[in-house]
Every structure is written in structure tokens, then in C-alpha cells.
Write a protein that binds this ligand. Structure first.
Ligand SMILES: N[C@H](CCC[C@H](N)C(=O)O)C(=O)O
Length: 277
């Protein structure tokens, strides 16, 4: 099977062009190929497929084989891939996901895609998507007890579930220990992606993430959008935010009129390869 390794600020996936390849068991392939010692090594796999509703379709699987409904760093790489490999030679293109069709604006530099802005849609704070605790029109920072310590959380869905925890010093978080405890916390029946966020200023956050199904990753695009929403919503920050993640930076804008969140960041090829599956 042919594949392409790509990364969005260090959140790396194995991309499989299903316009050419036929994949029967993506969940097992994700587990096998994501392994950083016995496989190719990645945070998961992303299938790029034909679509009747958009220029292409993205189907992503985490490193543990679980299926994700949306992937922000991944969709930027999908946009770059389909443009530069001639599948959709357009600087505005659409990608069908399990969380709806997303619109991408590609920044082009000499025929190459240098950055991608994605309309990530509206953040959802309904109990049907995530356990959301309200008072009036704002989400309360509700207390949960993890590993004997009280944390206050804000829950947001970007098509996939996120739990945002505001902390004073994100670098001091023992993520390997508490990440899994949040991921499997009983109030999240489908597990959850958890972002630990330090507010640096009205337009600047620093964030680490423990991803459902992949563990600590260097970046999470949907998580950055959820963190920006939670920070603005709790009035810790404004609606235009620069977010520093371990793998790099993302620019997030939450439009006050449309309620849509726009995420802009890079997308990079790493290498093309072939692997026996
Ligand atoms: N682990 C996520 C999917 C990947 C999201 C992340 N890598 C991003 O860039 O948005 C989930 O199970 O919902």
C-alpha cells in the first residue's frame, strides 16, 4: 500500500489516497502503522476518499484504531494533498467529514500550499454533544475530581468532544498521569480530548493536549478551536487568538456574527512510502 506521511504543527498522520488504494480494515491498519517502533509511526491514519458532497472526503482513525469525527490539523494536510497531487486544483475547496462539509482556503506560494484556513463550523455546547454545564448564557467552570484533585472544566464540541482545563502553568502538568484519567472520565461516554490551557494574554494562549485515542500529541486543531471558544466564552480572552502548542502555533478566530470558528495554520509533506499491510 502506498501512503504519504504529513504533519500539521507536529500532529502527524499517515495519509492514504483512496482514489487509488482500497482499504478494508482502517481501524486495524491505524493501530499497526501508527506504532512508532513496529510501524511507520504516527498519531493515526487519514483516508482521502471520493465524495458526492465535496471535492473529497476525509476519514480519520486515531492511533488506537478509534474513529475520529473531525481532525483540524489533518484537514489542512488533506487540502494541501488534494491540491498539489491534482485531485482538486482549487484554492477554495470543500472536504466532507463525519462532522459535515468543511470549506478550506489555501494560501498558495509558487504552486505549493503554504498555509490553510479552515471554517471549522460552530462550536457546540449542547448536552447532546458534550456534557455542558450552563448558568445563564455562559458555561460554568464546573469542578471535577481527578486523581484526588479538583479541576474546573469547560466542555465544547467541534464535531468531536473536548474538555478544556484552564491552568496557571501548563508545563507543570503531569499529562501522562492525568491525561488518561480525563480521557476515560465517566461523564464522557465516548471518551474525550482534553486540553490544558494557560492564558498568556487577551489574544494569546499556551496549550497542551491529551487526545482521545492518541495520547499527548504535539498539537490538536479541533482542540485549539475548542480552547479558543472556551477562553472567549469564559471571558478570559478575546475572539481572535494565537495559540502556542508544543508543535507550533495556530491562529483562531471565532466570528461573533456567524458563530463560526476559523483556524489557520501550516501543512507539510514529510515523505511518500510503501508498506505491506
Ligand atoms: N483524537 C481526536 C481526533 C483527532 C483530532 C486532532 N488531531 C485535531 O487536529 O483536531 C478524536 O478522537 O476526537
Amino acid at each position: 500500500m502506498n501512503f504519504t506521511k504529513m504533519q500539521g504543527i507536529g500532529n502527524d498522520y499517515i495519509y492514504i489516497n483512496c482514489f487509488q488504494e482500497k482499504i478494508g480494515n482502517p481501524s486495524e491498519i491505524a493501530v499497526k502503522l501508527s506504532d512508532r517502533h513496529f510501524g511507520v509511526g504516527s498519531d493515526g491514519i487519514i483516508l482521502i476518499q471520493p465524495s458526492l458532497a465535496a471535492d473529497c472526503k476525509m476519514d480519520m482513525y486515531n492511533a488506537d484504531g478509534s474513529r475520529g469525527k473531525m481532525c483540524g490539523n489533518g484537514i489542512r494536510c488533506v487540502g494541501k494533498y488534494v491540491y498539489e497531487r491534482g485531485i482538486a486544483k482549487k484554492d477554495i475547496l470543500t472536504v466532507e467529514t463525519l462532522s459535515g462539509v468543511k470549506t478550506l482556503h489555501l494560501d498558495l506560494d509558487g504552486g505549493q500550499v503554504s498555509a490553510v484556513e479552515v471554517n471549522m463550523g460552530k462550536p457546540v455546547r449542547k448536552a447532546s454533544e458534550v456534557p455542558v454545564l450552563f448558568s445563564k448564557d455562559r458555561v460554568l467552570n464546573e469542578p471535577v475530581i481527578v486523581d484526588g484533585k479538583e479541576y474546573r472544566i469547560t466542555c465544547v464540541s467541534m464535531g468531536n468532544p473536548h474538555c478544556i482545563v484552564f491552568v496557571d502553568d501548563v508545563d507543570s502538568i503531569k499529562l501522562e498521569k492525568i491525561g488518561p484519567l480525563f480521557e476515560h472520565y465517566p461523564m464522557f461516554p465516548d471518551r474525550v480530548n482534553t486540553e490544558f490551557v494557560q492564558v498568556l494574554g487577551k489574544n494569546e494562549l499556551k496549550m497542551r493536549v491529551w487526545e482521545r485515542g492518541s495520547g499527548e500529541t504535539l498539537a490538536c486543531g479541533t482542540g485549539a478551536c475548542a480552547a479558543a471558544c472556551a477562553a472567549a466564552w469564559n471571558q478570559f480572552a478575546e475572539r481572535q487568538i494565537k495559540i502556542h502548542l508544543k508543535g507550533g502555533d495556530l491562529s483562531i478566530r471565532w466570528d461573533g456574527n456567524s458563530d463560526e470558528i476559523f483556524m489557520k495554520g501550516p501543512a507539510k509533506f514529510v515523505f511518500d512510502g510503501t508498506v505491506e499491510i
